[in-house]
Ligand binder design. Structure first.
Ligand code: SF4
Ligand code: SF4
Length: 162
């Protein structure tokens, strides 16, 4: 079923959707962990102040998010070394994401950027709503991005237009 992931490195729509809750749940921001491999890693679990992510005793187990407990704060997003987590909320007929961003120069509030899918393709425009970059984020900025509603399972990151 998930053969395309192993061959191309791009997860299939079916695989992607296994990480999302029902859309009704996304009226509040929730963390989505796109961490599909069994790897020895758990900063997502240890960084969450609400204990909303479980990796468990076997550190190779892929993380599971408790969507009832997750507040969408975004702390796990910049603590994930694999840049494999974002948060998403359905809000006012659009999507609001918090994504990790490690390029410089960093964008600013109000910038319009390319919306990009998991294959690296440009799929539309998106708008930067907020940029957070503090000492504790260890060089990973957190971008809050407004994205067209129809890109829910497509959007994953941004690219500069210049
Ligand atoms: S977004 Fe916040 S509450 Fe949700 S899993 Fe990440 S750190 Fe925990
Ligand atoms: S921190 Fe990131 S890469 Fe590591 S287990 Fe959690 S989601 Fe996967």
């Amino acid at each position: 079923m998930f053969e395309s992931w192993n061959k191309t490195g791009v997860p299939s729509p079916e695989l992607i959707k296994t990480r999302f809750p029902d859309e009704e749940v996304l009226i509040k921001p929730k963390a989505i962990t796109e961490c599909y491999e069994e790897i020895p890693c758990n900063p997502c679990e240890t960084s969450c102040p609400f204990d909303a992510i479980t990796v468990g005793a076997d550190i190779n187990t892929p993380p599971v998010v408790d969507f009832d407990t997750c507040t969408g704060c975004g702390i796990c997003v910049y603590n994930c070394p694999g840049l494999a987590i974002f948060t998403v909320q359905i809000k006012d007929d659009a999507l609001v994401y918090k994504i990790p961003y490690e390029f410089v120069p960093r964008p600013g509030k109000g910038d319009v950027m390319h919306a990009v899918n998991r294959a690296g393709e440009i799929i539309g425009d998106c708008v930067i709503e907020r940029v957070t970059f503090t000492e504790k984020q260890d060089k990973t900025a957190l971008l809050q991005v407004r994205v067209p509603r129809e890109l829910l399972y497509e959007f994953v990151t941004v690219r500069s237009k210049s």
